[in-house]
Design a protein around this ligand. Sequence first.
Ligand SMILES: [Zn+2]
Length: 474
Amino acid sequence: MKNKKASKLALAGIGVLAAATVVVIGLSPWDKATSVPSPVVATPAPTPPPREAVAFHMQDWDRGWVKYADGMVQTKDGGATWTEVPAAEAALVEAGGPAVSPAAGAQGAEVAPAAIPALLSLETGAEPASLSLPQPTTVLLRGTELPVKQAQFLTPQIGWAMPPSVKPEGRPLLVTVDGGASWSDAMTEDVKAAILGAKTHLLQLQAEAGVYASEADAKAVMSAGWKLIPDKAAPGDAVLVRHKEPGTVTWQGKTYTLQPYGAGYFTYLPIGMSAKPGTYPIGDQTLTVVAKKFETQYLQVTQEMESMKQDTARINADQKLIDAARSKSEPTFLFQGPFVKPIEGILTTPYGYTRYVNGKFDSSHMALDLAAKQGTPIKATNDGIVVLADLLYLTGNSIYIDHGMGLFSQYAHLSELRVKAGDHVKQGDIIGLVGTTGFSTGPHLHFTFWAHNVQVNPDLFFNTTPFRWMKVGK
Ligand SMILES: [Zn+2]
């Protein structure tokens, strides 16, 4: 009974306030100005009274409207500027149309408000429905507490609030970019920067979410502080590391800098052939290296071919070219789709085989040898930038493609090069033809991947991308 009375009183109070405002508006000199000719003698213009606010809605980051007791205004720049809506268009604007293009200077691409909870949930790991947005009834503006008739938040940090009345020269909405801790009645540079930052972050979340195999995978990776994709690997493999923050990873005596991509920071970690089985801390995660057995292969070549490997001057000169080409890589992932096999050849030497040439230990074969007919077209395994396309002594006609973030694919022994350094290639583009140039016993493609200058197993990449190396629950 007591509560009911109290709320009735409160309602009555609002009613009186509203009524008082309406009365003031009723006596407004604005109305007189439309019906009475302007006075000839200049008198100080009376200050127009505040307008009574009824409701507002921000349709997205830029477009919104505020309905007054005596009209409507709209914004197309997030509330920086407001224009009066003609009475005939008010209903249409309130319904969300007509579709107005964002004002000049407004960001083109942005995330729709309806998509925001799901995107933010990727980072928090929570359900989108559990996103709680502030609902303030008062705001603090420059030390003064003001009542709020209505508030709307797009993210837990960024929102608008509508006071019950607005001076004609004032902005109809207040804005906060810190979850309501502080409010502003102007689009200051700080407010603009914070809103742009939030928009950009949502776009980054959206872009990164799309690279994983599923939404569950995206959430598992993006809600973690550190993530190893995958967290179990064998010598010759590579692992993709993601961290929420910038930083570095030290592994096997080398330090790798995490590069920004999407909403996170990444690096490849090559698991060298000398990596010992065991567990290793990476960030707050544990990398497990498991043992792997590689087969042995015996190769017979002519004495003439065998002596090729003794021309160290030419080999060293080539190595300088290769090192220079691989010395820098685009600091982003240059591909979108999966990697493809460059040719459908017969696998004659798998990755990692220990190779003896003419009975003597030669090296580990850190690539795939795919035998195919001379002249078979070779596809780029994925999008990237050609950094070297040249005739080299041992590997013959050779191509290196940068796929970004320190990952390169290499194609050797070609009969013909169809690209040159600097070319941007797409997955499946024909970059050359199968041949047997250089140290080669017959037409085949010697194909490998380099992650931070370590040769890693090509089989990891085919028909997938490193973002899909993890499986939920593994
Ligand atoms: Zn080979």
